[in-house]
Design a protein around this ligand. Structure first.
Ligand code: SAH
Length: 420
């Protein structure tokens, strides 16, 4: 989401004659686009702000803006800590940054932003289709910072995807905190994610469509069937479960039971046996007992996900958990649980990937540098192989070597010999 926001901001600034530069050293404006989902993310932003503050104090003349989830309605503490920041802009509030640079503009968000589409340098791009989040997960800061769910108009989304196709983009990832909630808040138009998939199918030039993140409850049969039926939509789901324990899910107020989550995953696997399914897990949520943690292990071992993003619980100011639940799991236990899950997942990934040796996959070439190519399969596996002048093509790659995180192969029918 932040990548998409940054691209949009740079598109907006370039409309007023500003140009993106490769490094921040001689820039007139430096924008830090922040994430606040975990404390660690905020600390990284603080580090950068510290460096930039120093540079300003040393006499470098540039404007400094902070945007994104770290910025809330009340930034008094941040303003005090970083007085050199010229402007604080909440997520998707681009206007204050433009106004900082362009004094006599007549910017009006309503007219200016919908038609301002960035052009990414690569051949993949993120397209936000729904902003904000209506869920009430007790640990999560995102709804507090990004507000309620607001879907973009379908025509505007399609217009943007067509723009990206013209710019050479081959794959779009439709993004939202809960991407399957798309359309629910639109009063005048009846539409959903499945409809958007079908519309994008017809756009020439775009060969692949991905989507994230899936919130289990919003995932309808219609949407799952559309993934299976639409040729361009990749059979890859990122469905955060957060915990394998029923009591933890309740405390997190995730709004579904383990059984409901399993039903969704089972249905996906029934319709698309080779679909990749990834998930997110939080370890060390307040009060998490050994037994509750073991329930998560059991879920992972039973479902053998393709990838898991594991995070140690981080109390976020303003959330229910921050106010009401004691952060009582010591850091060492959080770390230990995180490492246990990582080790289990590594074993699962090795087992799964080993089975892929000698298979051939369609890979979209996303990077090509001196004959070395990188791309992904439809199920989001990273693949390394050799090739020339194929950037943006979809090629058949025969796999001969695997690691838990990526595959290596050679282009099918090429004269190359695999050295193993
Ligand atoms: N909207 C999605 C996820 C968006 S946030 C969903 O929950 O369905 C991305 C991930 O960050 C979450 O899935 C969660 O695993 C992690 N996360 C969010 N808040 C967190 C917190 N306070 N501590 C640790 N991890 C957190």
């Amino acid at each position: 989401m932040n990548e998409a926001d940054s691209l949009k901001l740079s598109a907006g600034l370039s409309k007023f004659g500003l140009q993106q530069v490769a490094t921040d050293e001689n820039a007139d404006l430096v924008v830090i686009n922040t994430c606040a989902v975990r404390q660690h993310a905020e600390e990284r932003a603080f580090g950068q702000l510290g460096n930039l503050t120093k540079r300003k104090k040393d006499g470098h003349n540039f404007k400094l803006a902070v945007m994104g989830c770290m910025v809330s309605n009340n930034n008094k503490d941040l303003q005090k800590r970083f007085p050199m920041v010229d402007v604080w802009a909440k997520p998707q509030e681009f206007d204050p940054i433009i106004e900082l640079m362009i004094e006599e503009s007549d910017i009006s968000s309503g007219e200016f932003w919908p038609e301002t589409f960035g052009t990414p340098k690569g051949i993949t791009a993120f397209v936000p289709i729904i902003h904000g989040c209506n869920k009430i997960c007790t640990y999560c800061i995102v709804p507090l910072r990004r507000g309620r769910e607001i879907s973009r108009e379908p025509l505007e989304i399609l217009h943007e995807v067509k723009h990206l196709a013209k710019a050479g983009v081959k794959e779009v990832t439709l993004v939202g905190q809960t991407v399957e909630a798309y359309g629910k808040d639109l009063d005048t138009i009846q539409t959903d994610l499945a409809d958007i998939f079908e519309e994008i199918e017809t756009i020439d030039g775009i060969n692949r469509v991905r989507f994230l993140t899936s919130y289990p409850v919003d995932m309808t049969k219609k949407i799952i069937d559309a993934v299976s039926n639409c040729k361009k939509v990749c059979e890859h789901f990122l469905i955060p479960v957060q915990s394998g324990s029923e009591s933890m899910l309740k405390k997190m107020r995730r709004g579904y039971s383990i059984l409901e989550f399993k039903k969704r995953v089972n249905y996906i696997r029934e319709v698309m046996p080779t679909a990749a399914i990834s998930t997110d897990i939080i370890v060390g949520f307040p009060g998490e007992t050994t037994k509750e943690f073991e329930d998560t292990i059991a879920l992972i071992e039973e479902y053998k996900f393709d990838k898991i993003h594991i995070a140690a619980y981080s109390p976020r100011p303003g959330t229910y958990a921050y106010r009401k639940l004691e952060d009582d799991i010591p850091l060492e236990i959080k770390k230990e649980r995180l490492q246990i899950l990582e080790a289990i997942q590594k074993k699962i990934s090795i087992e799964k990937n080993t089975k892929l040796i000698d298979s051939t996959f369609k890979v979209l070439v996303e990077k090509e540098e001196s004959g070395k190519c990188t791309g992904r399969t439809s199920s989001n596996q990273l693949v390394h192989f050799n090739g020339e002048n194929i950037l943006g093509d979809i090629v058949d790659v025969h796999i001969h070597e695997v690691s838990p995180w990526s595959l290596k192969g050679i282009i099918a029918n090429s004269n190359e010999i695999a050295i193993i």
